[in-house]
Design a protein around this ligand. Structure first.
Ligand SMILES: [Zn+2]
Length: 295
């Protein structure tokens, strides 16, 4: 059903997508999470066939700061968290097409084999909270205490291990960014807590990959406030990525990089997603129907 809707919408939005695909005045900024190989490869093949040049965060920085002119169709690709699929499904495509991508790693996930929210979701019937969503909104210390009290995570690991991260680095196509140690909500931490989280991520990544991930940060879950931005500036980061829909334009605030999410849907859906047309369209429909978002 979703595929059929995507194909109909693609047909309706075809002209707009074509117009977006010609833009050279802004950087196309796209990101994913737990990625399957086939939808990702189809998307990459499409972007390659449409003349896109895949770039690193360093290049994004030179383009937005005006050090280099924006005169090509550039795309910056990133993946959040450090899912195992980054190694299994994404890396082979990067190697095949010889393109770079940025991986924002939450290092506790690498140590444990899962993320705190996966453990919370497995234990969603717990009496310790009403719903998993509540955990994202609490002060960080309180959240961490509750997670520690939950029954252990069950199942195979869902994150990359150290050896896989090293192979990613060795490939030459993966570059890394900081995503905090325990995937904390930056705005639910004190400045000291956030600072310690970022340093721990940097240290562990340096030990594993020799890259201390101090160039670019990705706000876990997109959460940020003034304190967050102060901390990442103090730490010397040059860029930070949000989950706000949109392109990256020359002159943009380097700590407020927009990104459009793609997922494991069909190519037509992903093209609407990467050009920022999918979610706003459905939000408009929901508003028309009077449906309220849960959050
Ligand atoms: Zn994340």
């Amino acid at each position: 059903m979703r595929k059929l809707i995507a194909k109909i919408l693609y047909f309706l939005f075809y002209k707009k997508i074509e117009k977006c695909s010609l833009r050279q005045d802004a950087i196309l900024s796209i990101y994913g999470h737990d990625q399957q190989k086939e939808p990702f490869e189809k998307l990459v093949a499409w972007l390659v066939s449409h003349g896109y040049v895949f770039i690193t965060p360093e290049k994004v920085y030179s383009l937005i700061s005006g050090e280099e002119p924006l005169n090509k169709k550039y795309v910056w690709l990133s993946f959040d968290d450090g899912w195992k699929s980054g190694y299994d499904n994404v890396l082979p495509v990067l190697e095949k097409y010889r393109i770079p991508a940025t991986f924002f790693i939450a290092t506790k996930g690498i140590e444990d084999g899962y993320y705190w929210y996966s453990r919370a979701f497995q234990n969603r019937e717990s009496d310790l909270y009403n719903e998993v969503d509540d955990l994202w909104k609490m002060p960080n210390g309180e959240r961490a205490k509750i997670i520690d009290m939950l029954p252990a995570y069950k199942g195979p690991r869902i994150t990359m291990n150290e050896a896989e991260l090293q192979k990613m680095k060795m490939s030459g196509w993966a570059n890394f960014g900081n995503h905090t140690h325990d995937h904390v909500m930056s705005d639910k931490c004190s400045k000291q807590e956030l600072s310690a989280e970022i340093e721990k991520c940097s240290q562990i990544m340096k030990d594993i990959t020799e890259d201390d991930c101090s160039f670019i940060y990705s706000y876990p879950n997109g959460n940020l406030d003034e304190n967050t931005v102060e901390v990442i500036k103090e730490k010397g980061f040059k860029l930070a990525a949000t989950v706000k829909i949109g392109w990256i334009n020359p002159g943009d605030n380097p700590f407020d990089l927009h990104r459009n999410e793609f997922n494991n849907g069909c190519l037509e859906e992903n093209l609407m997603q990467i050009y920022g047309l999918w979610t706003p369209f459905f939000n408009r429909i929901k508003r028309l129907l009077g449906v309220r978002n849960r959050k």
